[in-house]
Design a binder for this molecule. Structure first.
Ligand code: G6P
Length: 315
C-alpha cells in the first residue's frame, strides 16, 4: 500500500459537474479518507477586482497557479498546506485554512492541468466534458439558486467567458487519462431527476481495465454498453459508452470485471446493493441517478486504488 497520499484531478469548465462527481468519488472511497481541494480558492483577485480589471476567473493570470503547484507537491508528499479560501457568497477571501492531506486527495477546479508541473502531480487525471447545452443548464440552475445571480446575468457571463473557456479550459482535455461526458438520453431531460448516460474516453496514459472479454465484438447485449476506438484531440483512444437504460445485469458484468482485478471494490458495487453508488445529489439538490454514473464512480475509484497499490481485500 502506498504511504503517500494519492491525488486525483477533476478538471472542467464552470458547472461541468466537478463538485458533484468529487462528492461521488469521496462517497465511494470513504469520506474520512478523502481531502477535497477546490482550486477556486486560489483566485488571485476578488470579484470586485476582477470586474475592475475586466478579467475572468477562467484566465490563468487570475489564479495563483504557481501556488497550486507548490501545494500539490506538498500534499503529494504528505505535508500540510495553508490553503486560501474564496467565498462564493461574498466574492471575497476568508481566512486561510490548515489542511493535512488524508490518504486520498481530490483536487477539483478550472485550471488544474494548466502547467506541466501541476499535471505531473496527479496520479489520476479526469476531465469532465458534458455537452455545452447541458452545462449551461447546470450553470444557470446553480448560479441562480446558490450564488445569487439572475438567469440573464448567468447567460451573459457564459457568453463573456466563452473565449477564455476555449483558450484555457477546454485544451486541458488533452491531458486527462479519462474524459467523462455525461449526457441525457433524448427522451429524458427533466431538471429534477436526470437519468444520465455516459461516454468515457480512456486514454492509454494509464492502464485501464480490460473490458474486452465481456464486450467481445464491441457491443454488449442489446447494445446498451459499447466499446470502440475513436480519436480524441487528434489521438487514438478507447471509448466506452453506457446508455442510461442499461440493465442491472449488463452493469453487473462490468462491475465484475472491475472487481476481479481490484476485489476491494466489491463492497461498493450495486451488486452488493450499495445505496450510495450511482446516485448523486447535485449542488442544487437535483438527483442524478443511473448505472452509467455508478460505473464511472467505480472506474475512477479503481484507478485510485490501483495507484495506492491496494492489494486484494486489504484497504
Ligand atoms: C465561475 C467558476 C467558479 C469561480 C467563479 C468566480 O463561476 O465556476 O468556480 O470561482 O467563476 O466568479 P464569481 O461568480 O464568484 O465572481
Amino acid at each position: 500500500m502506498s504511504h503517500r497520499p494519492i491525488i486525483l484531478g477533476i478538471v472542467g469548465d464552470s458547472a461541468a459537474g466537478k463538485t458533484t462527481l468529487t462528492r461521488g468519488i469521496a462517497q465511494v472511497l470513504g469520506e474520512n479518507d478523502v481531502t477535497v481541494i477546490c482550486t477556486d480558492d486560489y483566485h488571485r483577485y476578488d470579484r470586485k477586482q476582477r470586474a475592475e480589471l475586466g478579467i475572468s476567473a477562467l484566465h490563468p493570470d487570475c489564479n495563483y497557479l504557481d501556488i497550486i503547484q507548490q501545494h500539490l507537491s506538498l500534499l503529494r508528499t504528505g505535508q500540510p498546506i495553508l490553503k486560501p479560501i474564496y467565498n462564493h457568497s461574498s466574492g471575497t477571501f476568508d481566512p486561510p485554512e490548515y489542511i493535512k492531506p488524508k490518504r486520498f486527495v481530490i483536487v477539483e477546479g478550472l485550471l488544474g492541468y494548466a502547467t506541466r508541473g501541476m499535471r505531473d502531480s496527479y496520479d489520476v487525471k479526469v476531465y469532465l466534458a458534458p455537452p455545452e447545452d447541458l452545462r449551461h443548464t447546470w450553470k444557470i440552475n446553480r448560479d441562480t439558486r446558490k450564488r445569487g445571480y439572475t438567469r440573464e446575468q448567468v447567460i451573459k457571463q457564459i457568453q463573456q467567458r466563452e473565449s477564455d473557456s476555449e483558450a484555457f479550459i477546454r485544451p486541458q482535455r488533452q491531458w486527462a487519462d479519462v474524459v467523462v461526458s455525461f449526457y441525457p438520453p433524448s427522451d429524458n431531460l427533466t431538471q429534477d431527476e436526470l437519468l444520465l448516460a455516459v461516454r468515457l474516453v480512456l486514454r492509454p496514459t494509464i492502464p485501464h481495465p480490460d473490458f474486452s472479454s465481456i464486450i467481445g465484438d464491441g457491443e454488449h447485449a442489446g447494445g446498451a454498453v459499447r466499446l470502440g476506438l475513436d480519436r480524441d484531440m487528434g489521438k487514438p483512444v478507447d471509448v466506452m459508452e453506457i446508455d442510461a437504460h442499461a440493465t442491472a445485469e449488463q452493469v453487473r458484468d462490468l462491475e465484475r470485471s472491475l472487481c476481479q482485478e481490484v476485489p476491494y471494490l466489491g463492497q461498493f458495487c450495486s451488486l452488493e446493493g450499495n445505496p450510495g453508488i450511482g446516485k448523486l445529489i447535485g449542488t442544487t439538490g437535483e438527483t442524478l441517478q443511473s448505472y452509467p454514473l455508478a460505473i464511472t464512480q467505480l472506474l475512477i475509484t479503481y484507478h485510485m486504488l490501483k495507484a495506492a497499490n491496494v492489494s486484494a481485500n486489504v484497504a
